[in-house]
Design a protein around this ligand. Sequence first.
Ligand code: TYD
Ligand code: MG
Length: 442
Amino acid sequence: MGKFSSRYVCQQCGYESVGWLGKCPECGTWNSLVETVTSTNSKSESRNSKQGSKIINSKPVNLSDIKSADTKRISTKISELDRVLGGGLVPGQVVLIAGEPGIGKSTILTQIADKLGSVLYVCGEESANQVAIRAKRLEVKSKGIQMLEDTDVDSIINTIDSIQGVTLNAVIVDSIQTMTTSDLSGMAGSVGQVRECANRLLHAAKERNIPLFLVGHVTKEGTVAGPAVLAHIVDTVLWFEGDKTLTTRILRAVKNRFGPTDEVGVFQMEDKGLVPVDDLEKAFLEKGIKNISGSVVTSVMQGTRPLLVEIQALVVPTKLAIPRRIAQGIDSRRLELLLAVLTRRCGLPMYDHDVFVNVAGGLKVTEPASDLAICLAVASSYYDKSISGKIIAVGEVGLLGEIREVVAQDKRLKEARRMGFSEAISSAKYKFVSETIKILRR
Ligand code: TYD
Ligand code: MG
């Protein structure tokens, strides 16, 4: 890499500087200069020397002549992960697993390593010993996992090539924020380092047709380069979500060049690692508790799957001038809006009541399809009248208090019927929220 040197390049206007500057002298943007590797040759020279002959000789190929329509998939043998990936890994696929520290990224990767057999596990964050302790806890059986304590990408790529006699089924890099290349002077975790290291690893994986997993930490402050910098480089971005105080973890595909996006895999974090949850309702429905007011079941789409979740509400009188609205798992502004609809259109005096709403199981619900269930749960708690456990509510609520049909409504209701819900409250039967609240009085 001797002929490369580093420069700071403005991400807005392309201005180049030798040192880091807080503000770009060209376009005036703050903190836009990112350390980048540049060739010491002039741009045109380097292009000619590296790819010139290729450019002249490149020829288009007729699409119908390309035979690799069927992508070979490698199963990870973890059902929920395969589902999120769209049927398994593709050779050379680069997967970014992003999530908050402590959510379970290293755990799932150790489990993946166990299932895939021959794997190079690069631990930049923990010592090989720490990973070994985790592997013991997870009862890892594979004898083919090679551990590598290294943070220099160029040396890691050399190591990949030097492992003779075994074909690696995957390379795992935990985490990309700890990786560096000596061609850049920035610290590990800086935008320049993260981007360059990911690029080099990606090219190495693609050239050798080895699937590559990168771990990316999500940081709230955004000071350290996170998954946002990498999302466009990699093939697949999987977000690991969940409330760390609870056991349910959700793996969500937010980008996937080889499969569907928005597909989710659900896991439970147990003593011996992450266990795929096939019976989703078990995770999100509090089945044991019946006939208590403030609980309504709704259906949210998770990728292609309708998922039944329970919305819980608690409404209590308050003397506060500004009553409290506390929402967990739903947008608090959406809750404010729905409470305003309940006050104005249904005559529920929410202005002198504190309202707490929670989605059971730690799931985050962003769909408006849960509006009706939220309204009914609040009303149920207010009247202290329980709603039968056999009822499901699905619908978006408008400002006029009307119930709107939602995407894939039939699919959701069909799945609910299959799960034993005998009555559906939706736009098919009711026009306004106020009509549905009358159910509570019957
Ligand atoms: P970890 O995979 O280290 O998180 P990350 O790599 O995303 O930072 O997992 C962290 C948490 O998971 C830790 O608090 C302990 C818990 N855990 C279990 O509950 N069961 C297990 O079998 C393992 C390995 C971890
Ligand atoms: Mg970790």
